[in-house]
Write a protein that binds this ligand. Structure first.
Ligand code: C2E
Ligand code: CA
Ligand code: CA
Length: 319
């Protein structure tokens, strides 16, 4: 049950793992390692559950230990294995739908494991706290690039960078962002930080305070993956945001799905009233793009206009 404290509702789930002594190990470190692996599997399976250690999941857990070891090594060196790709964002309110910037999306090109997609390593990086150095690396690279684009003939381009809730909760997050802005010389207004509602469901006041502090630096805040998880229409009004990014799941079937279409329409109208801009993610076809233009959305990001690409490709195409 949610519990109430100082007028805020808190939700708490519990994940637990069980490992049996002595069948599954006689030594303390061995048991802990297996319990940890089972706990990770419990969380990966959606949290809020109890998992018994299962030998058949061993490949998974050893793969994870491999991933963990390699990730620690990769973050200890110069971060060169973490490459930043850029996906164009276009303005559909302007003639010709010009590109107005890009979202920075990290790729891990591991010397030992090969290519690992963000969906596979970001959750573990968050779990281990390694998302902080990785995230700062992506932020620095993206700001450096945006400054370069602005100097090289695209003075209005901006760059979107994802911030995990784990990063937002760091006591020094505002200082880290301020330092990167100063170091790279990016115009603060051209840095758009993408956050999800993860924290807001538990502690709206804290979320509002952190975002307000970040916004004092002059950067813009985008609410990512809107419409998934615990989204609430009220968050649009309460959170100090500049852009709403409507999740891809609403676009997939927009041609046939009246609910999805209405959802996009209503969110866009609400956003207009409070002077927030909307960006629609995951647009893959012409028909979808046409429907969205009719709904007066502002920005579109999706394979239809461009996939995430290495920085050299992005610059060749859009600079
Ligand atoms: P996201 O922030 O929602 O990013 C959009 C994801 O949708 C990207 O996946 C992108 O490649 C994909 N996408 C864009 N357009 C389309 C489309 O038209 N069709 C389809 N099917 N997919 C499309 P990607 O790059 O694999 O990233 C996955 C997630 O990993 C991101 O979702 C984000 O949550 C996380 N992530 C990526 N880079 C970073 C980072 O630097 N820091 C943090 N904290 N998270 C990151
Ligand atoms: Ca994003
Ligand atoms: Ca998203």
């Amino acid at each position: 049950k949610p519990f109430l404290r100082k007028g805020t509702e808190y939700y708490c789930t519990m994940s637990m793992s069980v490992v049996r002594f002595p069948n599954e190990g006689e030594r303390f470190d061995e048991l802990i390692k297996k319990a940890d692996a089972a706990l990770f599997n419990a969380k990966s399976a959606g949290k809020n559950r109890v998992f018994f250690y299962d030998e058949n999941h061993d490949t998974g857990s050893y793969k994870r230990l491999d991933l963990e070891k390699n990730m620690r090594n990769a973050t200890q060196s110069r971060m060169e294995e973490f490459e930043v790709f850029y996906q164009p964002i276009v303005d559909v309110t302007m003639e010709g739908n010009p590109c107005i910037g890009a979202e920075a999306l990290v790729r891990w090109n591991s010397a030992e494991l090969g290519y690992v997609s963000p969906g596979d390593f970001i959750p573990l990086a968050e779990y281990l706290g390694l998302i902080n150095p990785i995230g700062t690396h992506v932020l620095r690279e993206a700001c450096k690039r945006c400054k370069y684009w602005n100097d090289m003939g695209q003075p209005d381009f901006s760059v979107n960078v994802n911030l995990s809730v784990v990063q937002l909760l760091q006591a020094d997050i505002v200082d880290v962002i301020a330092k990167v802005i100063k170091e790279t010389g990016i115009i603060p207004d051209h840095l758009h930080l993408e956050v999800t509602e993860g924290l807001a469901i538990n502690d709206m006041d804290r979320m509002k305070q952190i975002l307000a502090d970040i916004k004092k630096l002059g950067v813009k805040v985008a609410l990512d993956d809107f419409g998934t998880g615990y989204s609430s229409l009220n968050h649009i009004r309460e959170m100090p945001i500049d852009i709403i990014k409507i999740d891809r799941c609403f676009i997939q079937d927009i041609e046939k799905d009246d609910f999805a279409k209405s959802f996009v329409k209503i969110v866009t109208e609400l956003a207009n009233v409070i002077h927030v801009r909307t960006c629609i993610e995951g647009v893959e076809g012409q028909a979808q793009a046409d429907i969205l233009r009719e709904l007066n959305v502002h920005m579109i990001q999706g394979y239809f206009f461009g996939k995430p690409m290495p920085v050299t490709d992005f610059e060749e195409k859009y600079l």
